[in-house]
Design a protein around this ligand. Structure first.
Ligand code: TXA
Ligand code: MG
Length: 332
């Protein structure tokens, strides 16, 4: 077991090492931003490609500004409204941000986490840390310390902060620094376009908020968050034998070997709460749990959820985690 105390975590972080820490969204794999050795370890341990930049976690808006060339008014308003919390702002970086963090881009993604232990670590370290989700690249994110323990076979020291209360990674947004008229959502999350718009309108600021943007984050892959056993999303009501056979056939044909499912379909259903906040909190935990069942995981996605702005973050993660999407229009 690799659980460690907070003082021990601070000690390890000060020795060019990395530690898994809780945030309100998911557990992160943290390394100090002033330690290139620790930053490199993050990429190696996660098997993360260097082209996928990291999010820097800060204790305050002031700490964020110290890393940026430019801090637009829009960011000030959003940070005051949503920080500490699950919103990441992509800003023009200055030379304090190592190229390993930003993957050579001229921008840096920054957020101030809400979890009290993450806050305490940042306060005591007096330096920000970079932290991606504490899972191997492309795999399901961790929302309990046990998920991290299993993912890295007990080789990473972990601070236990209980189950993550949000459960989905932060919303990532980027201001259009050139034209200064538009905010793009690079990764959807629980802070939705409606919430962002509302916060800005309170300050009489009207901007266009672009969703499903084409200039996604560099690490934005179509396949991500994948559980160990394949997830299938189904948007068809009366699943008949022919459909089941077709799903099974597609799973067996398209998935990398070694993969097998018996011809007698063996699967288990993922059920999510009807309230999106609770569903978000439970999604990754359920995927981790169901993966140990050695069965394909089926999720029936209703049109209501598919089209609801409040479900956007969830549907985004489900679609990327899925090995197969079996869609058919709902009967009228
Ligand atoms: O909630 C979260 O954001 C969690 C917790 C640990 O804070 N962190 C997290 O990190 O989800 P990660 O590394 O799994 O995802 C970071 C995302 C990636 O899609 C990455 O491409 C994007 O943020 N990103 C980082 N820096 C960026 C930049 N300069 N420009 C655009 N996208 C960036
Ligand atoms: Mg991640």
């Amino acid at each position: 077991m690799s659980l460690i105390s907070l003082p021990r975590a601070l000690e390890i972080l000060s020795q060019d090492e990395i530690v898994a820490i809780p945030t309100e969204t998911v557990y992160g794999l943290a390394g100090r931003i002033d330690s290139p050795t620790a930053l490199k370890k993050i990429f190696t341990v996660k098997k993360r490609p260097y082209f996928d930049p990291l999010i820097v976690h800060v204790h305050s808006i002031e700490d964020a500004k110290r890393l940026c060339l430019e801090w637009p008014e829009v960011y000030d308003i959003l940070a005051k409204e949503f920080w500490p919390g699950p919103l990441t702002l992509v800003a023009k970086k200055n030379s304090r941000v190592h190229d390993l963090i930003s993957s050579g881009l001229d921008t840096v993604a920054i957020r101030c986490p809400l979890h009290p232990l993450a806050q305490q670590i940042l306060f005591s370290l007096k330096t920000p840390f970079a932290a991606p989700s504490a899972n191997r690249f492309g795999k399901t994110s961790p929302t309990r310390w046990t998920h991290v323990e299993t993912e890295f076979n007990g080789e990473i020291p972990i601070v236990d902060g209980g189950p993550c209360q949000v459960g989905l990674e932060s919303t990532v947004v980027q201001w259009d620094f050139k034209n200064k008229t538009q905010l793009s959502i690079l990764r959807p999350g629980v802070i939705t376009a409606t919430l962002l718009q509302k916060a800005l309108l309170k300050h009489q600021i009207k901007v266009k908020i672009e969703k499903n943007t084409s200039h996604r984050s560099p690490g934005f892959l179509l396949q991500h968050y994948q559980p160990k056993w394949p997830l299938v999303i189904i948007n068809k009501y009366n699943l008949i034998e022919k459909d089941k056979a077709s799903i099974l056939n597609q799973l067996n044909t398209h998935l990398p070997k070694p993969h097998f499912l018996s011809s007698k379909i063996d699967w288990i259903e993922l059920e999510l709460d009807h309230q999106p906040q609770i569903a978000a909190r439970e999604l990754y935990h359920q995927l981790h749990n169901l993966s140990s069942g050695k069965k394909a995981i089926l999720y029936f996605l209703t049109k209501g959820r598919w089209q609801s702005p409040e479900w956007e973050g969830l549907v985004d993660r489900l679609s990327r985690a899925a090995s197969l999407q079996y869609f058919e229009e709902e009967p009228q």
